[in-house]
Design a protein around this ligand. Structure first.
Ligand SMILES: [Zn+2]
Length: 245
């Protein structure tokens, strides 16, 4: 017989796969805020006109500073879900991001597949990252994005127990595979505009780093972010995810 936890995992994954959540994001949960598929998570509220640019897997010494220049030029603040071990290697860059007004979140210490990790390992990955980010910046870390998405409720439960709000997304494309900036921007604009028609804010994921390569080329993702800012800056408000809960 399956334990209640196993049933929850199995049904969660089935429902997620059936709705295309595992592959493409969490539009269903975003459309139906009452859904507790993965427990309580932050995606995006019914605030059409608001966009959160979020960047995962950094910091990246080559590309994050270029991104910061673009964000600064347009006075846009973004949310960065950092890999703890990368942050430890680049403390000056992390401090620069916080002093520029960006929000820093936890994306685990080493970006493992937490779906197959022990609860002890999950705790270690999350708490070590929060402690390191807090030591570097002096700012409490409140948000967590699970590496590879919400594939196991235990990961999100552990995050909540550590005082972290799990943050998912509703607008993602495979920018990490290095398609052109134009292709990334076009796909995301389609998703943002669809969310807008349904009267939802967009929680947009891009990658300024890579969990596999600390010096990954993120030129297309950075240029795509610049295109999104140009397209939406007059008509929309860019927010960090703490504006939503
Ligand atoms: Zn990641």
């Amino acid at each position: 017989m399956l334990s209640p936890i196993a049933i929850e995992i199995a049904s969660g994954l089935d429902v997620a796969a059936g709705l295309g959540l595992a592959a493409g994001g969490c539009a269903y949960a975003a459309m139906w805020p009452g859904s507790q598929l993965f427990g309580s998570t932050l995606i995006a509220p019914a605030h059409p006109g608001e966009l959160a640019l979020t960047f995962d897997d950094g910091p990246n010494l080559a590309w994050t500073p270029r991104l910061l220049e673009i964000l600064d030029r347009h006075e846009v603040r973004a949310t960065f879900f950092m890999v703890g071990s990368r942050a430890q290697s680049e403390p000056a860059l992390v401090r620069r991001m916080v002093s520029a007004g960006h929000l820093i979140g936890n994306h685990s210490w080493s970006h493992p597949n937490l779906a197959i990790a022990s609860v002890g390992r999950i705790k270690e990955e999350l708490s070590r990252t929060s402690q390191t980010l807090e030591q570097i910046t002096g700012v409490q870390v409140r948000y967590f994005r699970p590496p590879f998405g919400p594939r196991r409720p235990e990961v999100l439960r552990t995050a909540r127990r550590l005082g972290l709000v799990p943050v998912l997304w509703n607008a993602m494309t495979s920018d990490w595979k290095n398609p052109s900036a134009a292709a990334i921007a076009k796909q995301l604009m389609g998703k943002i505009d669809r969310l807008e028609r349904r009267e939802f804010a967009a929680n947009i994921v891009l990658h300024d780093g890579s969990h596999m390569d600390p010096a990954a080329n993120r030129a297309p993702s950075v240029a795509a972010a610049a295109q999104l800012i140009s397209r939406y800056k007059e008509s929309h408000r860019f927010v960090t995810v703490d504006a939503w809960g």
